[in-house]
Design a protein around this ligand. Structure first.
Ligand code: HEM
Length: 84
């Protein structure tokens, strides 16, 4: 059973449910996957991570991260593990 569309209202629900919802999720996942494939992300030191209750889920002070470029050998390791 899928989650209720009203649990997170970013795409609305019922008869006004966003028809681009699945497409938007693919895009978000693709963007995140292509970033974390190349970079290791670590939350910036002393950055407060506080969720804010609102219509959609916000991170109150944003989510500051530092990117660390992955080494070529690290990428090869993942590539070889996932595609034997
Ligand atoms: C993060 C991205 C997106 C968000 C947050 C979003 C959000 C929404 C929301 C809240 C509505 C309902 C508006 C209302 O109640 O009047 C809506 C409707 C709609 N969205 Fe999106 N949307 C996104 C991406 C897209 C994409 C990529 C497409 C097309 C490829 C799209 C196409 C539509 C259409 C056609 C409607 C009207 C649906 C209807 O009333 O029958 N949206 N969207």
């Amino acid at each position: 059973m899928s989650e209720s569309a009203y649990k997170s209202t970013a795409f609305n629900g019922g008869p006004r449910l966003c028809v681009g919802k699945d497409f938007a999720y693919y895009q978000m996942k693709f963007a995140v996957a292509s970033i974390i494939y190349r970079y290791r992300l670590k939350v910036a030191k002393n950055h407060p991570v506080v969720l804010k209750l609102d219509l959609t889920m916000y991170v109150k002070h944003g989510l500051k991260v530092n990117p660390y470029k992955r080494q070529e050998f690290e990428l090869q390791k993942y590539y070889n593990n996932n595609h034997p």
